[in-house]
Every structure is written in structure tokens, then in C-alpha cells.
Design a protein around this ligand. Structure first.
Ligand SMILES: [Zn+2]
Length: 111
């Protein structure tokens, strides 16, 4: 009996969770013997599912580290750009303080 690939693939999550019927299990096994595409698909979803379970077990500390690293990076970036902005503003203020009297003098001379 030949079962279409899409039906096998629909059943694969059940096959991985071992909640499918014996008949389905046999059919899936038989199909995968001859179908490299479904074997590949089976491996990929099994990997995805196992990653999910590992993630669920270790998600919080890992995510926490990742997130705190991201926040730290972002904070450093903000602090850096903030300092740059401050320096820019300061430089502009100093520049305008230096150049303004000249401008005033110039306009005084002109008028
Ligand atoms: Zn197939």
C-alpha cells in the first residue's frame, strides 16, 4: 500500500510522540524505508522537536544570559551614542560661543 508523502508527513509528529496507532507506525516505517524525502523531513522535525524540548529545559537561564547580553550591548551603544551626542552638542556650543562674538562684531561693522 502506497501512502502519499503528505499524509506520512502529517503523521510524523504523532510518530515522534509515539501516539499513533500500530498500523500508522508500520505504514510510516515502511514508507520511510523507500522515501528519502520523508526520512529527511522526519529527521528535521525530530531535531526541531528535540531542540524545543532542550530549549524548554534550559530556556530561562540561556535566554536570560542572551537577553542581558543584548541589553548590555544596547546600553553600551546608547551610552556611546549619548556620549557622542553630548560631545557633539558641547563642541557645537563651544564653537558657536567662539564664533558668535565674531558674527556680532561683523554685523556691527556692517551696520
Ligand atoms: Zn515520502
Amino acid at each position: 500500500m502506497k501512502i502519499p508523502c503528505n499524509i506520512i508527513r502529517d503523521l510524523l509528529p504523532l510518530y515522534i510522540d509515539r501516539i499513533e496507532s500500530d498500523e500508522s507506525r508500520e505504514a510510516i516505517k515502511e514508507h520511510m524505508k523507500f522515501c528519502p524525502d520523508c526520512r529527511k523531513y522526519y529527521k528535521s522535525i525530530r531535531r526541531a522537536l528535540s531542540i524545543t524540548t532542550v530549549d524548554q529545559l534550559t530556556a530561562e537561564p540561556n535566554d536570560y544570559i542572551k537577553i542581558s547580553r543584548k541589553i548590555r550591548k544596547r546600553r553600551a551603544l546608547y551610552a556611546g551614542s549619548g556620549a557622542l551626542l553630548l560631545m557633539g552638542t558641547l563642541a557645537y556650543t563651544i564653537y558657536s560661543m567662539i564664533s558668535q562674538p565674531k558674527a556680532i562684531n561683523k554685523s556691527k561693522q556692517e551696520s
